[in-house]
Write a protein of this length. Sequence first.
Length: 189
Amino acid sequence: MKDIAYNFSVMSIAYIVTYSLTFGFVFPLQKILLSDVSTQIGLLFLPHGVRVMTLYFYGWRGMLYLLPASYLMLFLSIESTGLNIFAPIVSLVCCYAGIQGARLLFSETISVTFNIRDWKLLLWGGVIASIFNGLGLILLNRIVVDEISALVFPLMDLLGYIIGDVLGLVLCLGFLMYFFRIVRHLKLT
């Protein structure tokens, strides 16, 4: 029970911090530099990195860890983003499907030691999850809007989701890599 509470706390805080950075810094900068891009699509979406890593390491339980924080951040930003109420569920399910799809495609399993194959699987899982996430959110928005063209996916929106999610994942992974390198260096000295 103690591990569950710890994992829930760490994952929730990580998601809230990355979402806050994205919403408070990246989106305003994106609005200034690229005013034509929708505020529903972040061209650097850091929470995707947290989602992918959580679902990679904790499997379906990761969805339970992230769902409350996802809804909290959705409700805090719903006026400016206009996201659907089911967007957190769709994103988490799509990310889980992407991670599982990458495992099936590359026949990799999680090893006890985190090596270069795991990094590759994590990146490929994040890319596949991003594609699923983009398609799922576009389809969700199209169905809710009830447009006749519900099955025609706007390519630019999908590309925006993929770019934002993948860049967010790469930045999160890079940050963690250097963070753990610094921690390891401090332990040695």
